[in-house]
Design a protein around this ligand. Structure first.
Ligand SMILES: Cc1ncc(C[n+]2csc(CCOP(=O)(O)OP(=O)(O)O)c2C)c(N)n1
Ligand SMILES: [Mg+2]
Length: 338
């Protein structure tokens, strides 16, 4: 018996292409992520932010392009490098920054910190620290979305390192079997901590892992926010239409170390400088100039972003720390009285 080959994603973008104003809005979102994280990095070195802190700088086009392809009802589940994804999904800069500062006004009431941003109001379902552990959670969320007939899709995010975890493979098997409305997104940023992808896996296009379970897959380079919007859009449409899951690998690059404590000395000389030529923020800025935006218009956006980032910082700094009486409040679900 020959198996029917899985259908593939539609080429191109079923939505109208972005005009200058819409593209400028995406540029602004990328800038907010960048400036919030730059301020967070400074606060970290001043010990105002403690614990782990994994920056997303360099990868902004991926989260922002994906958000532009989604609907508000769609769910996102991700790992610990999630400040940018949280902001793109609609968690407020104040709530993100306050969570990094461990303040009571943070998205997780200051009890989670950098790796555990969570906001069910905008369907941002976390922020998880166990590598690959969130991948089956994403399949589970998609299962519930399907059972409840919501028409929503779950984007499940993870890194190139996580694509070597057993839980990832198990989640792919079940998601394909049950044709769950989930788009798995592997952000291949070239490294898992200090290990380059080619030192950890013989296969470096992680989307091909989907072929083993008959899943539709695609790999593309994600520095251009418009390309991300188009290709994630095609995947989200596919999953929403009930065709089943999709596995995307989006090639990107992180400009900073794995976490704030990593000077990233393992990079080959010149690699970072080379990759910075495709910095998503600069790439979109030059696209906007080509579309006719002038210095004054771009500067006005930059100034607005600066105010947003600074406001988030001031809010976080002046917010109260959590009351110790609440330390164990969210460890267990409250007992149900039958
Ligand atoms: C199960 C497990 N093993 C190891 C770690 C330690 N660890 C934290 S991040 C990381 C690298 C993951 O890299 P990748 O999936 O590529 O994501 P990235 O950090 O590049 O976004 C490792 C090994 C962990 N948190 N959980
Ligand atoms: Mg990685």
């Amino acid at each position: 018996m020959t198996a029917t080959p899985p259908p593939s994603l539609e080429p191109g973008d079923p939505r109208p292409p972005l005009g200058a104003a819409d593209l400028a809005a995406l540029w602004e979102q990328m800038l907010v992520i960048r400036r919030v994280e730059e301020l967070a990095a400074k606060a970290y070195t001043e010990r105002k932010i403690l614990g782990f802190c994994h920056l997303y700088i360099g990868q902004e086009s991926v989260a922002v392009g994906a958000a532009a392809a989604c609907e508000p009802r769609d769910r996102w589940v991700t790992a610990y490098r999630e400040h940018g994804q949280a902001l793109a999904k609609g968690v407020s800069p104040r709530a993100v920054m306050a969570e990094l500062f461990g303040k009571a006004t943070g998205s997780s009431k200051g009890l989670g910190g950098s790796m555990h941003i969570f906001d069910s109001g905008v369907h941002f379902m976390g922020g998880y620290g166990i590598v690959g552990g969130q991948v089956p959670l994403g399949a589970g969320v998609a299962w519930s979305l399907k059972q409840l007939g919501t028409g929503a899709v779950c984007l499940t995010w993870f890194g190139d390192g996580a694509a070597n975890q057993g839980a990832f493979f198990e989640a792919l098997c079940l998601a394909q079997l049950y044709k769950l409305p989930v788009v798995f997104i592997c952000e291949n940023n070239a490294y898992a901590m200090g290990t380059a992808i080619e030192r950890a896996s013989a296969l470096t296009d992680m989307s091909q892992r989907g072929l083993g379970v008959g899943m539709v897959r695609e790999q593309f380079v994600g520095f251009d926010v418009e390309v991300v919007r188009q290709r994630v859009g095609a995947a989200v449409d596919f999953a929403r239409a009930g065709h089943g899951p999709v596995l995307l690998e989006i090639v990107t690059y992180r400009h900073k170390g794995h976490s704030m404590s990593d000077p990233a000395k393992y990079r080959p000389a010149g690699e970072l400088e080379e990759k910075k030529k495709s910095d998503p923020v600069l790439l979109t800025e030059s696209r906007l100039r080509d579309m006719g935006m002038d210095d004054a218009a771009l500067e006005a956006i930059r100034e607005r972003v600066e105010l947003v980032a600074k406001d988030a910082y001031d809010f976080a700094e002046t917010s109260p720390v959590p009351d110790p009486a609440h330390l164990y409040d969210y460890t267990y679900a409250p007992a149900r009285s039958e």
